[in-house]
Ligand binder design. Structure first.
Ligand code: PLP
Length: 389
């Protein structure tokens, strides 16, 4: 129905524009855990809410449409979606996974899957030769995240898909940083797209949710069976919150990306900033690949100050962004990977990956970019000051 519309319009005018029964223009929240069956021999569309619920299903079809897939699945968190998707694998299988993968995924692969006989190798996913040379006979999955966290490294999705198809491997992309507004991995041949909908998709730092989308029918059927078996489904209030957030996804990301570009350029010319990581900068290593496979650089960037002391002063003096883990919200969020997302990683490992004690990650929100720059200018003055303020 909505195929002819642009992404922006589809966010609003889709199969959930209004409720068929009542005309309600907001998806009704269906709390029921079970459903009366009118016919002894033929059950209705819903029987039990773990297996299917109309509110959750509205979100599941919405994300499937937006990602260009055929089937969507909503989970209680991004990690629930990712962990359930890993259950497509079996004992004896091997995974190739990007070395700068999200911390929770790193933990799942290295401390849980390994105990079930599922092996892994971390690779620099931006290096196709390295990926190719690490594919083993039992490699069944190549797991990507692009741009990656926190250094925004860009993986050539099509290049990896080609390698995977030649070797009978599945491909997953964690698309949290860009969302289908800016990148649609299924169109590039990827088998399964994953999201922490906690971030940009919902966008307001007020819900935990995860999503998965498939295109292939058989893979969709298998993932459905796993969702129903494992049972980490999204609650209906939370499904509604994600649906509500989705309506403004386009304007939020457009505005935040614009500001992120301005901020990245501001930071790049600042003398106290040693390096800026943002795919929208022409000297970013992945800039060209990124511009082929995505329609924008997104709203997350990282930048490096001299050392931990400089970071401490900066964070203590900056007023607008919240200092917190997470990203993808209406308010700007500043995080310190060394003490937050990568705190568990030994310093040496961290440094090998370029995550220094001077690195800060910024998820740009909807504040005026002039206000953000003025705020940063003030905080930089404190960094420069010889006395500890
Ligand atoms: C936050 C995040 C996750 C995990 O999602 P939760 O909703 O916190 O479980 C996975 N991948 C990426 C890239 C994330 O940023």
């Amino acid at each position: 129905m909505s195929e002819q519309y642009s992404f922006q319009t589809k966010l609003l005018h889709n199969s959930h524009k209004f409720d068929e029964g009542t005309g309600a223009v907001s998806v009704p929240i269906q709390h029921a855990s079970t459903f009366h069956q009118k016919d002894f021999d033929r059950f209705g569309s819903y029987d039990y809410s773990r297996s299917g619920n109309p509110t959750r299903e509205a979100l599941e079809t919405a994300i499937a449409e937006l990602e260009g897939g055929t089937r969507g699945f909503a989970f209680s968190s991004g990690m629930a979606a990712i962990s359930t998707a890993f259950l497509l694998l079996s004992k004896g299988d091997h995974i190739l996974i990007t070395e700068d993968v999200y911390g929770g995924t790193y933990r799942m692969v290295t401390t849980v899957l390994n105990r079930f006989g599922i092996d892994h190798t971390f690779v620099d996913m931006t290096n196709l030769h390295e990926v190719a040379s690490n594919i083993k006979e039992n490699t069944k999955l190549i797991y990507m995240e692009t741009p990656s966290n926190p250094l925004l490294k860009v993986t050539d999705i099509k290049g990896i898909v080609k390698l995977a198809k030649a070797n009978n491997c599945l491909t997953f992309v964690d698309n949290t940083f860009l969302t289908p507004a800016l990148q649609r991995p299924l169109d590039l041949g990827v088998d399964l797209v994953l999201h922490s909908a906690t971030k940009f998709l919902s966008g307001h730092s007020d819900v935990l949710a995860g999503l998965a989308v498939t295109k292939d029918k058989e893979l969709g059927d298998r993932l459905y069976a796993l969702q129903n078996s494992f049972g980490a489904v999204l609650g209906v209030q939370d499904a509604w919150l994600v649906l509500r957030g989705l309506k403004t996804l386009h304007v939020r990301l457009e505005q935040s990306s614009k500001s992120a570009q301005v901020l990245a350029e501001f930071l790049q010319q600042h003398e106290l900033v040693e390096k800026v990581y943002y795919p929208g900068l022409s000297d970013h290593e992945g800039h060209v690949v990124h511009s082929y496979q995505s329609t924008g650089p997104g709203a997350v960037l990282s930048f490096e100050l001299k050392d931990e002391e400089a970071v401490r002063k900066f964070v203590n003096h900056v007023k607008i962004p919240v200092f917190a883990v997470s990203l993808g919200a209406v308010e700007s969020i500043l995080s310190y990977p060394a003490k937050m997302s990568h705190a568990a990683m030994p310093r040496e490992e961290r440094y090998k990956r370029g995550i220094t004690d001077g690195l800060l990650r910024l998820s740009v929100g909807l504040e005026s970019v002039e206000d953000l720059i003025a705020d940063f200018e003030e905080a930089f003055k404190a960094v420069e000051s010889p006395v500890s303020l």
